[in-house]
Unconditional design. Structure first.
Ligand code: NAP
Length: 241
């Protein structure tokens, strides 16, 4: 497989890249600004047995994103799967206290970025291809008092997934979303609550936070032929939360 992953340098995206590499697959991935992390992930993919290419491209920048897709196809050939993963969060706050700029950036990356990435995927994938959108359990929980802007952005990607699965199904392309719960990654630092996943994870039905690898396993399964009759699904990977 040749996979394209947005935000593949750290967290869940990096776990997807590493797992794909371990399966002998090729991964082209983007990142926002942290070149050192991207280099480390590309190295890990190659060490695991795969091929990798990292490109700096803001998911919300249509031109940069299209150029990254072009570069991936020029280097490694046609894509078989796309993971719409890049996403951001702002500091924990009630909606009334959020600055308009923060809301615009969250929606810009998480909604516009997801639509633009899925648009590129829809233009480039062939029959047999698959898209996985990384949504969040926040889409159904709403995240009151924490980040309603983020939760609403993930509601939008769920709707995109449902629509695009119907649009692309007749072309032989499957579209699904995973909705991770509390997963141990750096995103919680950005929310101003580094211990958030461990703290809240303890009170979930499975009694712990999840790992990026556990989400990556589900994503790789959805991309694989083993999930060939699964499309339009919003799959919770949230420990029963
Ligand atoms: P993370 O650890 O903060 O990693 C984010 C990744 O996205 C990094 O590789 C980052 O690259 C990249 N990125 C950020 N902004 C970008 C942009 N504008 N354009 C391109 N790449 C960008 O986050 P994560 O926890 O793995 O989250 C990945 C996805 O899972 C997100 O969509 C998130 O909403 C979702 N999710 C996470 C959790 C959780 O508990 N962790 C739960 C539910 C859903 P740089 O380092 O270069 O910025």
């Amino acid at each position: 497989m040749h996979l394209f992953v947005t935000g593949g340098s750290r967290g869940i995206g990096a776990a997807v890249c590493r797992l794909a590499g371990a399966g002998g697959h090729t991964v082209s991935f983007t990142y926002g600004s942290n070149a050192a992390a991207a280099e480390a992930t590309a190295g890990a993919v190659e060490k695991a047995g795969g091929k990798a290419m990292a490109e700096c491209a803001d998911a919300a920048d249509a031109q940069a994103l299209a150029a990254a897709f072009d570069a991936a196809e020029a280097r490694f050939g046609a894509l078989s799967g796309v993971v719409v993963n890049a996403g951001i969060i702002g500091p924990v706050a009630p909606l009334a206290e959020m600055a308009p700029e923060r809301i615009a950036r969250v929606v810009g990356v998480n909604v516009t970025g997801a639509l633009l990435t899925a648009r590129e995927a829809a233009r480039r994938l062939s029959p047999g291809g698959a898209i996985v959108v990384v949504s969040s359990a926040a889409a159904r929980l709403g995240s009151p008092g924490e980040f309603i802007d983020y939760a609403a952005s993930k509601g939008a990607t769920d709707t995109m997934t449902i629509g695009l699965a119907k649009e692309l199904g007749p072309k032989g392309i499957r579209v699904n979303a995973v909705r991770p719960g509390l997963i141990e990654t750096d995103i919680h630092i950005d929310a101003g609550a580094p211990d958030r996943a461990a703290r809240l994870g303890a009170s979930t039905p499975l009694g712990r936070a999840g790992t990026a690898e556990e989400v990556a396993e589900t994503i790789l399964w959805l991309l694989s032929d083993k999930a060939r009759y699964v499309s339009g699904a919003l799959l919770d990977v949230a420990g029963g939360r």
